[in-house]
Every structure is written in C-alpha cells, then in structure tokens.
Write a protein that binds this ligand. Structure first.
Ligand code: ZN
Length: 658
C-alpha cells in the first residue's frame, strides 16, 4: 500500500489541524482496502476558546453517517474531552445513554452524532487518531492462530485488544488495558477481528504510520502466498435468466418487501462460487462485524434447488434470532442479502441500487479475504453471538424504528421504451423518484448518458429488432433481478396523409413501430412479468383511438390495434396476476419537436392562438409529459392493483370520447 500524501495538496491544510484532519481522512477513504462505505473513523484534539473566553479541549471525531472518502469539516462532531474521559471511567453505560450524553457534550448542536468510538479516540493521548478496518489486518486475525500471526508481524510495539463489542465496551476495555502503560512505547493498537488504530501528534505521521503498518500485513500475505489474484478469462454465456428472476421473486417473498437482485459473474465471483467447499467458507461469518448491517451474518448458498436453499436460509435465520435475541427485540426480515450461486456467481439483494453497489464492494473484499485466510489455515470469523450483538445493537434497532416508509416503488424494476423524450423520459424520472430501478430504452444513442440519477440504466435499443429487445431484457435481469413494470411507450407520429394519398412506407413504418414492436416487446417480457412483483403493464396508446382525425390513418389504426392487443393481453395474463392497462393521452407539447415555430404554424392552420391550440379540450387545460407520466405511475402502482383491461384517457376531456 502506498502513501497518498501529496506535499502540494497538503500545503494549504498544514496550518489548520481540522483541515489537515479532513485531508488525511480523505486519503484513508480513497483506499478501499482500508475502509469501505462508512467504515473506520478518525479524530483530532483541538483547544477551542468558548464565548466566556475559556479554553476547552475538544475532540473532533468523525460523525455518524459520514464516509471518510468524502468527509468535510462539517462531518466531524466536536465533543468536550473532559466529558468523554469521565465517561471512560464509568464501569457500565449503555450505548444509547452514551450517544445521548455525547450529544449533550457537543459544542455545536447541529453537528452529526459522534462516532460510537469517540470515547476510545479520547482515551488515546495523541492529537491525531486514525482507525481503519484494513482488509489484510482483519484477514490475518480471522484465522485459527490469528493472534499469534499478527503478533509475529508487529512485535511488542502494538497494543493487542481481544475482540469485544465496538462502542462503550471496547472503549472501556482499552481504558482498562492502558491505565499503566507508557504510550510512547507503542505505535498503534490492533483490535482482533476488527481493525487497527494509529496515532501521533503529527497528522501526517499518524496517517503514514497506518500505511506503513498495513503494508507490513500485506507483505506477510504475499510471503505466505495468500494473495488472491484473478486471471481475466472471458465469461461463459449465461442462460439462466428465468431461474435468476425466480430466485429474486423468492427472496422478495421471504423479505415481505420488493427486492432487487444483481448477479456479479465476473471471473473473480465465478471462481469463488465454484470453490468445492463454498457451503462452508461462505457461511462462517463476515469480514468485520460492522458489515453485518449490510450483508447479514452469512451468505445464502444456492444450488440446484434455490427454493429450498432460500427457505432453509430463512429458517436458520429465525433460529439464530430466537437463540440470541433479548426481550423486546424485533426480528429483521429473514431473507439473505447476498448469496453464492454455485458455479454462477455472487448474487446481491437490496431494496435500491445504492445498496447493491455497497454490497458489491463489501462482498468483493470479503470473498478475497476468505480465500486469503483459507490459505493461512482457514477462514475463522467471529462466533454468531458476537455478530448478533452488532446486528441487533440497540443503536441499529433504534435507527430501524426511526426509518420512514420506503418510497412506493422501492425494490421494483421498471422498463420504459421511448425513454429519451416526452412522456417516456418523464415516466423514467418519476418512477425513479418513487424508488424504482428503471431501464430506459431508446433508439437515440444519447439515452446512455441522459440520466444521472442512480438506479436509471439507459440502453440504446431499436424496439423493432428482436435482438435488441432480448439484449435489453438480459441486461435488466442481470442488473436488477427481474421485471415488474413495463411501460410500452415507443412510438412515432407519421406525417399527415389522407388514405387516398397514403404512402405504403408511412403506413408500414407506423404499423412496425406503433403496433408490432409493442407486441414483440410484450411477448419477450411476459415470462419475466409472470415472475414479477405485483407486475403491471401500461400501454401508451392515444386519444386518436377513441377520437381519430382525418389524415392520421396510419397512426390511429396502429394505436387502435395496440389497444386491442392490450385488451387480449389483459385477458391472457390475469391468471398470472399481471395487469395490463391502456392510457390514451392527448398530444403533449412540451417536447423538443414542438418548437415555438411549429406550434405557431399548427395553431394558424386551425385558426387558433397557440394557447387555444394547446388547450383545445373541454377543461381548457394543457396536457404535459409530466401529467401523463404521473398517471402512468399511478396505473403501475397500488391504486390500480385491482384494475386490468382498462382504458384511461388523459386529454382534458373530449366530447367525442365522452
Ligand atoms: Zn471500527
């Protein structure tokens, strides 16, 4: 591991200890082998003068909810040192009380809650304190003779702390162990099965020592040939999409909430999932206890009968809870958060795409560590009761009770066609805003980079090509695990031609895109919709179906055919609980095609003002893309849970339709 310290970068921070703390914290955060997603914490002790002109010693410690990689000065909670040191002398203190009293001892009430390790940081008599969960240090201690190995590496200049629960118990343990020591004789602290601390009065030195000490553990792994390297060989093709979608459905049923699933099947995950004793090594425990909140204690192992495997996981989870639970605890859902799918790869389960990404990082580090430790005599995670204590920590349970309601489409997967503009684009954004993972298809290549929100995947797709459709569906299933909402929206508005003069090409193109492509797409999606969670199809037809106009035969006929297809689909799919409903929007004008110029010309053609033209309906309202998207979302959601085969107009009222 290399130091990322850069004199040029650091120069501007040297005069301000808090800024220097921010800088070296970010340096630690940049190295995923040290800390991952909120793991680890850092602090600096600064004397601050208060409004009474008195000087107070303050510990600026990482605030809960902040990530070292992106932390700013505002992410450090300023807590009075004298209070923290007094707390360290208490024999007992619950973590809930600890958090409460630490909050009360902050000099800035708007700062975040201090890290649960604040007392431990306060005890260490140096200005800068750095704490990470370095993979290689934890890996070495997660072996049968881990303590001996780690002592061999570091010798007597480290303080070795046996595993205890993080928070007050750990702080108290270190307090007791260090009452009579001479701190000058030590370079750092090793927390077995948890991580490593370094400290110094100089901010750079504390950081550099972390890198130096962790590098020693890295060299040890190299020397003992315990570093896992992966040859990049091409992946075999994957033909179990339906099986994967049914796994995701089973997981959601166990979790009693919609869940996304992602299959990671690059060479590294494939190798791991193909290890002969995978059922043993993936079910011993997490890399560090704090991962349990994300990963649950162990992975599920999926073999030939995933249904049985998932049922067994849930049953075992219930037993684990009943065995270790104390009065008043609420059991979390019994579904796994990751699985080794034998010979197929590593599967992740979560209610949103951020969760899947965090799980990807954590499991990638975990599977490497497991294999390293296997080469050092065997992966040995902490016993279940220790992991349970962290999983059901009262601080975590409190968070759970406080957590608000999940967004309405959390854990659901939607596919929208014609997604680069107008109704399609607005629908993608609205479904995503309501928590869905959305695959946005369009023939416009800009679709790939159009959406920046996490959870929206833009794919270039010509819906008239079956190959493109198949590829889009495969990407959807591999990334999100299934398909629950299909918004079949792609369409064109052909030039106005009376039937007498209708060009064969105009007719054919409209039929191909406005009708046939929808049939092909629906056909390809049906097997996945059958495995979907409260699956719903919304077909975007047109006001023209019910109130056609002259010169629009190609368009109106295709949309009428599309409506008829949707009605038949509603009949055919009802027994699979797949709802199919049709929306008939009037023309929307808030798209790029409707420039001021075009609008003016069209309005003039009908001898109207632009405003009259845009609101030419009974209610005299303009229909926007967002209005239509909003109704589509409603039709895809709970309000329409008991409706299928319906046609809903959104046209401001039309006497010919009424
Ligand atoms: Zn820690």
């Amino acid at each position: 591991m290399k130091s990322l310290w850069n004199d040029k970068e650091a120069k501007q921070y040297l005069s301000d200890p808090l800024q220097l703390r921010v800088y070296t914290s970010q340096l630690l955060g940049r190295e995923p082998d040290l800390v991952l997603h909120g793991g680890g914490n850092t602090s600096v002790k600064i004397n601050v003068s208060n409004i009474f002109g008195e000087t107070e010693a303050i510990l600026y410690v990482k605030g809960s909810g902040w990530d070292l990689a992106t932390i700013q000065a505002a992410g450090f909670a300023p807590v009075k040192m004298d209070v923290l040191l007094k707390m360290a002398r208490l024999k007992e203190l619950t973590d809930t009380e600890m958090v409460k009293w630490q909050r009360a001892a902050m000099i800035d009430p708007s700062a975040p809650n201090p890290s649960v390790e604040a007392i431990l940081h306060a005890i260490i008599p140096y200005k800068f304190v750095d704490h990470t969960h370095a993979d290689c240090v934890v890996t070495i201690t997660n072996t049968p003779d881990g303590e001996k190995r780690i002592r061999d590496i570091y010798g007597d200049r480290m303080i070795y702390v046996p595993y205890v629960m993080p928070g007050f118990i750990l702080a108290r343990k270190v307090f007791e162990m260090t009452q009579k020591i001479d701190w000058k004789k030590y370079d750092g602290i090793i927390l077995l099965n948890h991580g490593i601390f370094t400290f110094d009065d100089d901010g750079r030195e504390s950081y550099e020592r972390m890198i130096h000490l962790v590098s020693k553990a890295e060299r040890y792994l190299h020397k003992h040939k315990a570093v896992i390297s992966v040859k990049k060989t091409p992946q075999s093709s994957f033909n179990k999409l339906l099986e994967f979608a049914s796994i995701r459905q089973l997981i959601a049923q166990k979790a009693k909430t919609p869940m996304l699933a992602r299959l990671n099947r690059s060479q590294e995950q494939l190798n791991f999932a193909s290890i002969s004793n995978i059922s043993s090594i993936a079910t011993r425990g997490p890399l560090t206890p704090d991962h349990v909140i994300r990963t649950k204690r162990i992975a599920a192992i999926l073999g030939k009968t995933p249904q049985n495997d998932i049922a067994k996981f849930a049953e075992d989870y219930r037993k684990y809870f009943n065995r270790y639970a104390k009065a008043g605890m609420t059991m979390l859902d019994p579904a796994p958060r990751w699985a080794a799918w034998k010979n197929e790869g590593v599967v992740l389960f979560g209610t949103n795409v951020s969760d899947l990404e965090i799980l990807t990082d954590i499991t990638n580090h975990t599977i490497r560590s497991i294999q390293s430790a296997e080469r050092l005599g065997g992966w040995t995670a902490l016993p279940p009761e220790d992991i349970f204590d962290v999983e059901y920590w009262d601080l975590e349970q409190a968070k759970l009770k406080k957590a608000g309601k999940a967004p309405s489409f959390a854990g659901k997967v939607a596919l929208v066609t014609g997604a680069a503009s107008g109704i399609g684009k607005a629908t993608v954004e609205m479904l995503a805003a309501q928590g869905a993972a959305v695959v946005a298809l369009d023939i416009n290549p800009q679709i790939k980079n159009m959406f920046t929100k996490k959870g929206i995947l833009g794919i270039v797709c010509d819906v008239t090509k079956e190959k493109d459709i198949a590829m889009a569906i495969q990407t959807t299933i591999l990334n999100f695990g299934g398909l629950d909402i299909l918004v079949s929206n792609a369409g064109i508005f052909p030039p106005g031609e009376h039937i007498e003069n209708l060009k064969a090409d105009t007719w054919q193109k409209s039929i191909d895109i406005n009708l046939t492509s929808h049939e092909r797409l629906l056909k390809a999606c049906i097997p996945y919709l059958k495995l979907g969670l409260d699956p719903a199809v919304v077909i975007v037809a047109s006001k023209n179906v019910l109130a056609p106009g002259p010169g629009a035969a190609a368009y109106s006929v295709a949309k009428a055919g599309l409506t008829q297809m949707a009605r038949v689909a509603a009949l055919e799919l009802a027994s699979y609980n797949v709802r199919v409903n049709v929306i008939h929007p009037n023309q929307v004008f808030d798209t790029a095609i409707w420039t001021d110029e075009v609008l003016k010309n069209r309005a003039a053609h009908y001898k109207m003002t632009v405003e009259e033209y845009k609101t030419n309906n009974l209610l005299k309202v303009e229909i926007t893309s967002k209005d239509v998207a909003s109704l589509i979302c409603t039709m895809a959601g709970q309000v329409f849970a008991k409706t299928t085969g319906a046609q809903i107009p959104i046209d401001g009222g039309n006497d010919r339709v009424i």
